[in-house]
Design a binder for this molecule. Structure first.
Ligand code: CP
Ligand code: NVA
Length: 322
């Protein structure tokens, strides 16, 4: 259920996922919609970013709004000012908060105290905007079908968490190939296994995982904030690299995906990243399109109509609880 905020994919329904896709199609097709006209959005970034920052800034502008980028040095959440105060202050000035933070608890605190919608732009726990864009990208490539086999090679990190949350909504066969010690939270694994149509497996050999894969996905071995573990991680993940020979073990038309930025030669070879199966720049571009849909939906705009007579319509109360 979409409520006030977009913090994770966990409570999203399949119908809401489909509506996000339809709003995204509409906003891509037609630039007349300006659901953020006269509105401002605060973008708080504690961590570095290229795609997320630019796609949100451009997206807010394209929807008629005004983005305000706020760095950790400038705001100092948790050091200069409590998250609860930042949330209430920004709610007086802006109509939307987008936050990239280390600690997911701080995101929850922001959402609790903000009277305006809060969007998760990545935390140590999850990256829902990324996976929404990735699903849209698979749909765009005609590959999003129930039972799709997605193999993630690498760390059971924030991106994997969001894939598992997505598996709660969309039926898929999700396989993680990771070394011991880098598995995702057992609670989310249990949730997928016990209460969804999806299956999830964890295997210790990438070669075993990719058989029959529709998608091979990877991400950096060392995420932002884990820099001190880099040497240990390079050693642990050495056998979890996506190479041409690994791709050859998957379906012949298997797609390669990566949230980017990529470390060429580490988690993926240059050849695969730049090869014909790679759709990494479509994923990146779609961040812009789907995030525009998320912002419009949180501000109370709903998809309506059928066929060519479709539109975006403001529905009182559709922006979720305040
Ligand atoms: N994929 C992604 O979120 O990229 P950035 O860290 O550059 O925003
Ligand atoms: N897992 C990576 C994703 C970057 C988009 C990180 O958190 O750094």
């Amino acid at each position: 259920m979409i409520e006030k905020d977009f913090l994770s994919l966990e409570r999203l329904t399949r119908d809401e996922l489909e509506e996000f896709f339809l709003i995204t199609d509409l906003l891509r097709r037609d630039s007349i919609y300006q659901p953020l006209k006269g509105k401002s959005a605060a973008l708080i970034f504690q961590k570095p970013s290229l795609r997320t920052r630019v796609s949100f800034e451009v997206g807010v502008c394209q929807l008629g709004g005004h983005p305000i980028f706020l760095s950790q040095e400038g705001v100092g959440i948790g050091t200069r000012e409590k998250a609860s105060d930042v949330a209430r202050l920004l709610s007086r000035f802006t109509q939307l908060i987008v936050a990239r933070l280390y600690d997911h608890e701080i995101l929850l605190e922001l959402a609790e105290y903000a009277s305006v919608p809060v969007i998760n732009a990545l935390t140590d726990l999850s990256h829902p905007c990324q996976i929404l864009a990735d699903m849209y990208t698979l749909r765009q490539h005609g590959r999003l079908a129930p039972g799709i086999k997605i193999v993630f090679v690498g760390d059971g990190n924030n991106v994997v968490r969001s894939w598992l949350e997505m598996a709660c909504i969309f039926p898929m066969r999700f396989v993680l190939a990771a070394p011991r010690g880098y598995d995702p939270d057992p609670a989310i694994l249990r949730k997928v296994r016990q209460s969804t149509e999806s299956t999830v497996e964890i295997v210790r050999r990438a070669e075993e995982a990719v058989a029959g894969a529709d998608v091979v996905y990877t991400d950096v071995w060392t995420s932002m904030g884990q820099e001190k573990e880099m040497a240990a991680r390079k050693k642990a993940f050495a056998k979890f690299k996506v190479t041409k020979s690994l791709m050859a073990l998957a379906k012949f038309d298997c797609l390669f995906m990566h949230c980017l930025p990529a470390h060429r030669g580490e988690e993926v070879t240059e050849e695969v990243l730049e090869g014909g199966q790679s759709i990494v720049f479509d994923e990146a571009e779609n961040r812009l399109h789907v995030q525009k849909a998320v912002m419009a939906r949180l501000l109370g705009f709903r998809y309506s109509g059928a066929g060519r007579a479709t539109t975006l319509r403001h529905v009182a109360g559709a922006g979720g609880k305040r």
